[in-house]
Design a protein around this ligand. Sequence first.
Ligand code: SF4
Length: 694
Amino acid sequence: TYELGTPDRKVVTTCAYCGVGCSFEAQLNGDRLVRMVPWKHGKANRGHSCVKGRFAYGYAEHPDRILNPMIRETIDQPWREVSWEEAIGFAAQRLRGIQGTHGRQAIGGITSSRCTNEETYLVQKMIRAVFGNNNTDTCARVCHSPTGYGLKTTFGTSAGTQDFDSVEASDVVVVIGANPTDGHPVFGSRLKKRLRAGAKLIVIDPRRIDLVRTPHVEAAHHLPLRPGTNVAVLTAMAHVIVTEGLVDEDFVATRCDAEAFEDWAAFVAEERNAPEATEALTGVPAAELRAAARLYATGGNGAIYYGLGVTEHSQGSTTVMAIANLAMATGNIGRPGVGVNPLRGQNNVQGSCDMGSFPHELPGYRHVSDDAAREVFEHVWGASIDAEPGLRIPNMLDAAVAGEFKGIYIQGEDILQSDPDTRHVAAGLAAMDCVIVHDLFLNETANYAHVFLPGSTFLEKDGTFTNAERRINRVRRVMAPKNGFADWEVTLLLANAMGADWDYTHPSEIMEEIAATTPSFAGVTYALLEEKGSVQWPCNEVRPEGSPVMHAESFANGKGRFMVTEYVATEERTGPRFPLLLTTGRILSQYNVGAQTRRTPNTVWHKEDVLEIHPHDAEVRGVREGDWVKIASRKGETSLRAHITDRVAPGVVYTTFHHPDTQANVVTTDYSDWATNCPEYKVTAVQVAPSNGP
Ligand code: SF4
């Protein structure tokens, strides 16, 4: 601060790390950012923050940032710095050339949950209206796509039901497959405050996360399930609720589809779904599970919060539906204190899904086969839209390996590091003729790129992010883009070079188009956001002030729909060669693959990823604290140091994935959610043995 000077101006903007969406005041001295101060009027954080938003913004000025566009004919050639005009022209010509040779469907793109709503909207518009296909996908594919499927199927729309304030009215909180004190720290603090004030806590997690026992907070029940058995545990809870007469009959009768409820109730009541029948499978003591189910059903306002430990499974979508079933059966929907709340990972994963990033959905979650919805966009865009869904990321890679998919535009996403089965991703990228990486840094994916377009940070652009509570927060330009263009401007240049005639001059104009085409955003304008600070969608003529709580009078699809959630074991099995189950997560100071946080002082808190292993499993392998161990799966192997702890159960090991050296995804499998292809990151059978290091 002394070196940078005293602030002489302030700009309020939104943190670009997690889905809490904290508001910050960026304090500047001239053009230099002096500090980020949590903004007391921010409705998601009310003046609080964590160490990421507060301290980890220095990556914006890191020397690793690439500020000039680069191209190369083939990926074995060195990069050549060129002008923006030449880079965009090269990219456009290659993409059009591919389509000329291999057809309209041979190219596609990936939107970024790190970028703004306006930028994401523009990328999917470019793919649909300019590329002429639906080959658009998003990094939500690998995190919360099952939330999209599961909540839309049951509740009729793909979003969390509550605002963060809601937790203050909760009597019982279920946290499943999430670690809020590390992953969503500002919400985690708020949750702890409510728990200290008397709300009861149920944690369903293979690992003893901090919330299970932390000063002045102790979970009423911790169900340490075996990784991969979420559906069996939740169905067993439903069994208790149905067979012990704990269903909220009034709610079900008035708000839910009767036939679907009958089918579901008959299914969960079967004896094979009883806690006693599933105990050996799940590892959860039946008595504990029964007690937890009774507490959730009878303890007052019951709220469920969940994370990637729910979605990143071969039954991720089934698990989301099982959660929704529990909430409907107990009437825990539609008022403060209750609900089903996905804790979104990235800052704008909610927004990237809202904005039509998926290959089957237009903005506002309308299926591409919906003629009326397509007509709205065709009219505004002046282009025809395919009625057939396009390719998902894994399908694009498969098609690339098969020689049918040849070009991709990737905005703000390092798929080589973040997607499963690294070798397959590399093979897909290597088979393409035009890989365009639009990012801050030369990431791992850029090793396979022909065009590198420098990206801009959240400090360098105007726009909006939508957080986990559907809150649309303004992102304000704090400084000029160091690369010359905000990301939305780069997409505009590329689209126009490929034949479009777009003339947006500010992201507010893109929001006007979003509002004109997307019913849940119909009332959203930058003027309203200035006036209110933020609003939660749906925001339209019915709810001009936005909607803190959803499904208050009826579900988005009319009646809530119970779904039968049959447990199906993952194909990934332990055995004599791979006897342990690996699961993964994040820690407080770091963020995902670390592209940003590793380039900030936050590295002092986390210099390397380690493998948590139970004392028994360590002892039988001769592993001591801090030893190097080799971890191998059927897919690959990597090395890291061991940390011996009983936070993990015997038979389970755990690591984070913030450092590229760890290469956790070298060992993860290519199994994925049956409905959405979300990778099964949370269950990998592995062997662990002492090693001499990497
Ligand atoms: Fe940023 Fe999330 Fe931390 Fe808030 S809780 S400061 S949004 S990383």
